[in-house]
Design a protein around this ligand. Structure first.
Ligand SMILES: [Fe+2]
Ligand SMILES: [Fe+2]
Length: 146
């Protein structure tokens, strides 16, 4: 039985690997590969955000009675990342490598800082606060569109 930290932490690694692969394709100007890999990365990120926003955060907020704390910051950071990913998607469509790589550097920084906050703080807090319903939560997250 895995923990929330294991489950979502390893999903961060999946997203990171797709991100690195799409960045590499862009830097080689392999636009066909870039478009495919960036599409996979974007989808994996949206799915990850959905697992957090639709399952984990509402349960955490209900359990702790706190919807103004860490989850509010995490949701706001998801929005920032969504905007960047939208712009990166158009950079891939228009084969603009320098725009893409400029934005991917910013996204990477945001993403790493965000993931560290979740892995060091929010996920361990959630594992403690939601210990009794953890199994159901993990199952609910797993059913979100792959
Ligand atoms: Fe997140
Ligand atoms: Fe996350």
């Amino acid at each position: 039985m895995s923990t929330i930290l294991d489950y979502l932490g390893s999903d961060h690694r999946v997203c990171d690997n797709l991100f690195a692969a799409s960045e590499e394709a862009v830097s080689k100007r392999n636009w066909e590969g870039a478009s495919k890999l960036f599409g996979q990365f974007h989808h994996a990120m949206e799915r990850h955000f959905a697992m957090e926003e639709q399952v984990l955060f509402p349960s955490f907020e209900a359990k702790t009675g706190n919807s103004l704390g860490p989850t509010r910051i995490m949701r706001a950071e998801h929005e920032q990342m969504r905007l960047l990913m939208q712009e990166m998607e158009s950079a891939v469509s228009s084969h603009d490598g320098s725009i893409f790589l400029g934005m991917s550097e910013t996204l990477n920084m945001l993403m790493q800082q965000h993931n560290l906050k979740e892995e060091n703080m929010l996920y361990p807090m959630s594992d403690r606060a939601l210990a009794t319903e953890r199994e159901t939560l993990l199952r609910d997250m797993d059913t979100i569109d792959k």
